[in-house]
Design a protein around this ligand. Structure first.
Ligand code: ATP
Length: 360
């Protein structure tokens, strides 16, 4: 039986619509070629430009439609000049994270043999790890509500057992899936600062308890400062890393740097019932409308969506298509011939999208 899956699409601001267009064209082509499933894409309004027009950055109808969809595909959102009255940026992607409890921010880091990475990768080494950033609490707990007086400013770090347990189970399950695919030894590293903060000792304690349910996997720990060093010195040693929100925010940009830039860094925010797939980068208003934005991070995020949907609904062809799309993008990156300006080339958005189609 052919299964239809509804995808809620948010085209976003700035370069958002430009990188969403080739992504949808590719996903449609892939789905059409396969009889086991169909994909229906429906665009919904949200974002900074929508806020400037209507005073609403994420209409309730869009939020409801996103909740009812099988997955959410989101381009970059936000514009530097469009802000809420209190001066904060318009970021419906954060509202979606909160609304659907998307606790696991998944940031894959894969560096191939191509010219992009600033690292010299020794012969026989491969950089292919996943950073999981807790995305609903941690040091973002008081985001927007921290205390600021003349004399001091204060924000609160919050770690809860409920979210941490879900987060660690997710990390171990991902490491198990990767091991089954021949990617990584099945190791999960808890990245924390347990030597200094009691909250992180608590975080680590919950990690160790959850690890007992996964005896086939390796559970280890690293302090966040050492992790930053090792991500540069020996990133091939990592498999799945799991960490607090702010640490993850910072380390995921370091991961994007290892890959060659934000233009090739995909991400997913995953909860128990819903998931948002979007590139790591912002809306790049400085290059919007010029047809030169790099669509590869957005396309890789689409590939992650296919894989997640395939596993979730047990549709092997869909998961396989996600892997095929990822491999196609990686081959374009590794070949290094069709590169957009952010990667030092001259290719247009359209040419980069066409190169992925050709690789498929
Ligand atoms: P945010 O705070 O929303 O993450 P930001 O202001 O940190 O956004 P981006 O919008 O990601 O930053 O842009 C940072 C720089 O990277 C800009 O110069 C932008 O043009 C460039 N950039 C980001 N994404 C892309 C892309 N997909 N293709 C080409 N250049 C990009």
């Amino acid at each position: 039986m052919t299964r239809n899956l509804d995808i809620a699409v948010f085209e976003g601001d700035g370069i958002g619509p430009e990188i969403m267009a080739p992504t949808l064209a590719i996903l449609r082509k892939i789905a059409e070629a396969n009889g086991d499933y169909t994909l229906t894409f429906t665009a919904h309004p949200a974002g900074a430009a929508h806020y400037a027009k209507t005073g609403d950055s994420l209409p309730k109808s869009s939020l409801d439609a996103a909740g009812a969809a099988d997955a959410i595909l989101l381009s970059a959102m936000g514009l530097p000049d469009v802000r809420y009255a209190d001066g904060t940026e318009i970021s419906p992607q954060i509202d979606l994270r909160k609304a659907f409890n998307l606790f696991a921010g998944v940031r894959p880091v894969r560096v191939g043999p191509g010219p992009l990475s600033p690292l010299k990768i020794p012969q026989g080494r491969e950089i292919d790890f996943v950073l999981i950033r807790e995305s609903t609490e941690g040091l973002f707990h008081t985001q927007g509500t921290g205390t600021v007086t003349d004399d001091y400013a204060e924000e609160t770090l919050r770690i809860t057992r409920e979210v941490s347990e879900k987060l660690f189970r997710f990390a171990f399950a991902l490491a198990r899936d990767r091991k089954a695919q021949g990617r990584g030894p099945g190791r999960v590293t808890c990245v924390d600062k347990a030597n200094v903060f009691r909250a992180f000792a608590y975080f680590r304690g919950i990690f160790d308890e959850e690890a007992k349910a996964f005896p086939d996997l390796i559970a280890d720990h690293a302090y966040v400062d050492a992790t930053a060093l090792w991500m540069v010195q020996k990133p091939w040693d990592f498999d799945v890393m799991v960490t607090e929100n702010m640490f993850g925010d910072i380390l995921s940009d370091l991961g994007a740097g290892l890959m060659g830039g934000l233009g090739v860094a995909p991400s997913a925010d995953i909860g128990l019932d819903q998931a948002v797939f979007q590139p790591c980068h912002g809306s790049a208003p400085d290059i919007a409308g010029q047809g030169k934005a790099n669509p590869l991070a957005m396309i890789l995020s689409g590939a992650m969506m296919l894989e997640w949907l395939g596993l979730r609904h047990d549709i092997a062809a869909l998961a396989a298509d996600g892997q095929r799309l990822r491999t196609a993008v990686e081959s374009v990156i590794d070949a290094g011939q069709i590169l957009t300006a952010d990667l030092g080339g001259t290719a247009s958005t359209q040419q980069a999208g066409d190169a992925v189609l050709a690789a498929l």
